[in-house]
Each structure stands twice: as C-alpha cells, then as structure tokens.
Unconditional design. Structure first.
Length: 437
C-alpha cells in the first residue's frame, strides 16, 4: 500500500469518527410537541379518547401540573410532521393495574399485568408499575398508601416490626414524586422514514380503578446540531386585552436549524409566553416578549406588548344557554352532573369579567363574583359556569360559601356600573336546556 493510500484511509477513519461523534441527542420537545408539561391544567394539543365502560366517573383529568387516566381505557396522542431520523420519547409516569390492595397482591406475586404504554408509531414500552418505586417515610405531598412485606395496607395500621413502603395515592402525591426524580425511565425509540410520527400514551384495557398518572413529555432527535444564526418576530408591537391569546411568528435562519428559540416575558404577571410563542395577556400593563437562541443569547428578537383591560358592558356578555336539571347529559369538573349556564361574547375582543357578578336575586346584584370561575371570554367565544358539586373540584372561598338557586328561573349578570336585565326561562324539564333566540 502506498503512503498516499494509507494517509487516505487514515483520513477517512478520522472523518468517520468525527462525524459520528457529532451525532447527539437533541431536545426538540418545544419544537414539535404541544403542551408537553400539562402545566396549564388542560390537555390542549393532545387528542384524547377514553371509555369508562358507561360509568358516571372515570376518565382523563388534569390537576397539580399532572394528568391522569383513571378507571378507564384511553389513548392520548399527537400526530407530528418531522424530518426523517431517530427519535426518543420519554415521560414521567406510573400505572396501577386496579384497586390498591388487589394490585399490590398481583405485583407481589409476580402476576402484575401492565396494560399501559408509552408509544411512538408502532413501537411501545410498558409504563412503570406504581410499585416499582417507593418511599420509606410518608413525608411527601398528598396522600400516600403503605404496604408491608405481607401485602397488608394502611394507612396507619399496626405493622409491628415490618418495614413500610409508601406509594402515591393521589394526583398531588404522584406529581410530588415526579419532582423528586421518581418514576422516570418510561422511554421508547423509533426511526421515522416517512416524515410522520404519532406518539403518546395508551391504557389498553378497562379494569375498575386502574390508574395511569404522568407528566413531563420529552422528545429528542439524534443528529448533528445546527445553530440559529438569526431570529425575527412578527409582529414586533402588539396590543391585547386581558385574557386574549395570540401566537407570535418567529422566522429562524438557517431554515434547517434544529435548535428551538427560547421564549420569555419580561413581566410574567402582565403576560406569559409558552415555548411555541403563544402569548397570553394576564394583567393591564406593558412588557417585552423575547425569542432567543439557546446557544447564543445575543441572537434574539423582541415584541413590545401593551395589555389593556376590556371591561364588560351591556351586550358584551349574553347568557346563551341554561340547563337547571342536568340529570345525565353533561359531566362537570367533579365527574358529576350539575346545573350550568353557558355565556357568550358576541364582540370582536376578549371581555374581562372582573367586577362582574352572577345572581338569582334582583335585589342583590353583587351576590356572587363571576371571575372565580371565568376570568375572560375570548372574542366570539363561550364559557361554562357550573353550579352543583363545586366543593369537590374547587376550594376557593366564593364557591365553598355561596350557592345560587338554579330553580329560581331567573339569573342576571350585571357588568360593572351597568344595569343588566335579568334572564328568565320557563320551568325546565329534566335533561332539557333553555337557549336564547
């Protein structure tokens, strides 16, 4: 072999390893996934279907910054258009196959059957069992259940000298466990060849009291980092009313950059922004929204935001529909059936409900503040105010100490300093609503 050929071979080997070493796992969560942390209390951005076997309880619920699929079979997914390549999806989470005591007996007998999975296209990996990790002390947030080596359950029983193991028994306990680094390692990998990636979670079978709790989705791509060289925002100045949501458009160069800009607000009490550039106006004032390169903070773009308060006036809020005897039609936030009123904003701007009240007594127009339930109503948008069972899903003072009678056939919403005519409806039949003309 000539020296030239030998040097060429060495150069090719060096080039191969240099190229290979440039391949790393890159976090592309904010680039592709909507609502990955579920911190806004909803599953917006996710397609969720479930079957609770016709029961009155069970299904999806978001609370404490986490989400549960309880007492049901369910599927939660997003469908993405992505560059071809290798991807890795991870999520904090655990699965309980059925009621606590029975589930533990199956687990301790090596008969536990996990039917919940994290998936990416056709690949899936079983979610960790709730019993795969535990704590020795009950000093975390929320409700915890305990078991000893004989499979007995508490709480607070006389365990003698048996060592106790504690497991989450409520959503806030589970979310606290996630913050302590528990129940990680739910990871699935997939190679995309057609630009399509469907990912999420599935609980395949309905078993009474099964429980899938999860938070913090993360999507990664295996490739060579390409940094952002410039960012521009559209618009660069914006006015919003409190409660309004608007998406800013970031133009990134080079177009094949595979790092996502980091979004921030200079005053998070005036406006918030998520990592997709969605800006929500929260309070009257001014602030600056910024998008910056994660690898070079000097590469950035800004939008000056002015937030105004668009108070309700007569005609900007109408009572659109009322159901006072909701026997079995619509499930409220406590997974029960309660009376409700639907409000509608017919205007072209978001309307603030600050200083607005709802009442069933024409002599007491400030009986019940509305903004505990609905802060704002978007332009041409709707909002539902629920009545019964409020103590099961809300502990605020207004809800826990005051109720309105939906049987009075009269309700009014007076905007600030504006007379408002009461809305009256005929005597209702069960599961029948009254709707404005």
């Amino acid at each position: 072999m000539t020296i030239r050929k030998l040097l060429l071979c060495v150069w090719m080997v060096v080039l191969y390893f240099a190229t290979a070493s440039a391949q790393v796992w890159m976090d592309v969560t904010e680039t592709y996934l909507a609502n990955p942390t579920l911190d806004n209390g909803t599953w917006d951005g996710w397609d969720v279907t479930y079957d609770n076997n016709g029961g009155s309880s069970g299904g999806p619920r978001c609370s404490y910054g986490a989400m549960e699929l309880w007492n049901c079979s369910a599927r939660m997914s997003q469908s993405l258009n992505v560059p071809n390549g290798r991807y890795r999806l991870s999520v904090d989470g655990f699965f309980r196959t059925q009621a606590l005591s029975t589930a533990y007996q199956y687990y301790s007998s090596d008969m536990e059957d996990i039917t919940a999975y994290v998936f990416a296209n056709s690949n899936k990996v079983a979610i960790k069992s709730i019993f795969s990790e535990s704590r020795k002390e009950q000093n975390g947030t929320g409700s915890w259940s305990e078991a000893n080596s004989w499979g007995n359950w508490g709480p607070g029983g006389n365990w003698g000298n048996e060592e106790k193991e504690y497991y989450p028994a409520s959503m806030d306990a589970g979310e606290w466990a996630f913050t302590q680094g528990m129940y990680k390692g739910n990871v699935v990998e997939v190679v995309v060849t057609n630009g399509k990636l469907e990912l999420g979670l599935v609980s395949e079978e309905f078993i009474d009291d099964n429980w899938l709790l999860f938070d913090n989705f993360k999507l990664e791509y295996y490739g060579t980092p390409i940094a952002i060289s410039s960012i521009s925002l559209n618009p660069t100045e914006l006015e919003l009313a409190t409660g309004e949501l608007r998406a800013l458009t970031a133009t990134i160069l080079p177009q094949d950059a595979n790092e996502a800009p980091v979004w921030s607000s200079s005053n998070t009490s005036v406006a918030s922004v998520d990592q997709n550039g969605n800006v929500r106006a929260l309070r009257q004032g001014e602030c600056t929204i910024m998008a910056a390169s994660p690898s070079n903070s000097n590469i950035k773009a800004t939008c000056k935001l002015n937030v105004i308060r668009n108070d309700a006036v007569e005609g900007s809020i109408v009572i659109n529909e009322i159901m006072s005897d909701n026997v079995d039609m619509f499930v409220d936030p406590s997974f029960n059936y309660g009376a409700w009123i639907e409000l509608y904003n017919p205007t072209d701007r978001s309307v603030s409900l600050t200083d607005c009240y709802i009442t069933d007594d024409p002599q007491d127009l400030q009986k019940h503040p509305l903004d505990w339930a609905v802060k704002t109503i978007p332009a041409k948008g709707f909002a539902t105010v629920w009545f019964d069972h409020y103590s099961k899903y809300c502990t605020t003072q207004h809800l826990s100490t005051t109720t309105l009678s939906m049987k009075q056939n009269c309700v009014a919403i007076p905007p600030p300093s504006t007379p408002h005519k009461a809305t009256r409806w005929p005597c209702s039949l069960a599961t029948t609503s009254w709707q404005r003309q």
